[in-house]
Design a protein. Structure first.
Length: 356
């Protein structure tokens, strides 16, 4: 049989769009740590098989390890052909990769090409993608043209950001990419954040889809979202970007937070753990009162107390030191969906009229 595998030397988000599927043949554990945007995991060795083969290779016999690995790979590829790949048409064009473009991806690519599919192998595998991510996020690339959506905690900035995107305004949802709501209580119960590498892959894919000649609205954040660190080029751009501030009454913000964070509020252990992470400058009496409000399910009262004694004082301190230009202040009497729509309209007009 003739090897008709095509080879791709370099990769970016635009290149990925040329393929019908991006197939990651690494183990599920490797895939979970990071993968190319939009990739589907069809492992030729699962985690246990990979560990078994590696152990035999090092401790017993290279020949036995290769023979066992080949048997696993053959069975797994056959299962994928009968399963996930069973309905792919004759014109199917996949891109296949493994860790470094070696035996695992070549085995899958060989079989797929012999089926008759136009199959491309990513030379260098995942490491080629990772080099691209590192170069683009850490190699002094041009900074994006940002406008910050600023405001105190609980002013519905995330929802407004989403409504901007629906209007065609370029928006970058960092909290969505990091799977975290940004504040001290922002962890999503039962949903761990992605690792730093996976976040960076998601971030770069989002950045490469943007028009570099148009401004991008991003929610004001610290340099760290939960456990995720923002790349320096993005953080520097955020530190100098013009900002639009959203304001709303404390009671409205408290109601909004109680609704938005209801999943956390209803998980008593997670809520107490979040309160335990509050800075030490809060008195023992105040922390006890907040825990009591949590235990009695007085979530709006708890949110209002946190806004007044924790979030707003910190926001006021940072605002006094903020020298970034302010494009406008939007004051919302309520935070219902209608107010969010009107805020998005105003922000959209401000963005359109701003020359970065």
């Amino acid at each position: 049989m003739t090897d008709t595998i095509h080879r791709l030397q370099a990769i970016d988000t635009a290149a990925l769009s040329r393929f019908d599927a991006v197939i990651d043949v690494r183990s599920p554990g490797e895939f979970a740590e990071d993968h190319l945007p939009g990739a589907e995991n069809l492992p030729v060795l699962d985690d246990a098989q990979r560990a078994e083969v590696g152990t035999i290779y090092v401790q017993e016999s290279k020949f036995r390890a290769r023979r066992l690995g080949a048997a696993h790979v053959a069975r797994n590829i056959a299962a994928h052909l009968d399963g996930a790949l069973a309905d792919r048409p004759s014109g199917f064009q996949p891109l296949v990769y493994c860790w470094r473009g070696g035996q695992r991806s070549h085995a899958m690519a060989t079989i797929l090409s012999q089926v008759g599919w136009r199959t491309t192998l990513l030379v260098g595998g995942y490491r080629t993608w990772r080099r691209h991510v590192t170069e683009r996020l850490y190699g002094e690339p041009p900074a994006p043209k940002l406008i910050l959506l600023d405001g105190g905690t609980g002013t519905a900035k995330t929802e407004i950001l989403g409504r901007l995107a629906e209007r065609g305004v370029q928006a970058l949802d960092l909290e969505g990419l990091a799977e975290h709501r940004g504040s001290l209580l922002g962890a999503l119960p039962g949903r761990p954040q992605p690792g730093q590498k996976l976040f960076e892959s998601r971030l770069l894919a989002a950045l490469e889809r943007l028009d570099p000649n148009r401004p991008v609205v991003v929610e004001a954040e610290s340099s760290k979202i939960g456990e995720i660190m923002l790349p320096p080029v993005l953080w520097r751009a955020m530190q100098t970007a013009a900002r639009i501030e959203v304001c709303a009454p404390t009671a409205e913000r408290a109601t909004y937070l109680a609704q938005t964070y209801r999943d956390l509020a209803e998980d008593r252990a997670a809520l107490h753990a979040a309160l335990a992470r509050l800075p030490r400058h809060h008195s023992r009496e105040r922390l006890e009162e907040w825990r009591r409000l949590a235990d009695t399910r007085a979530f709006s009262a708890l949110a209002e107390a946190l806004i007044e004694s924790h979030y707003d004082p910190a926001y006021r301190r940072s605002s006094r030191e903020d020298v970034r230009p302010r494009l406008g202040v939007i004051t919302l009497p309520t935070l219902d969906p209608g107010s969010q729509e009107r805020a998005a309209d105003v922000v959209g007009r401000l963005v359109e009229g701003y020359k970065v």
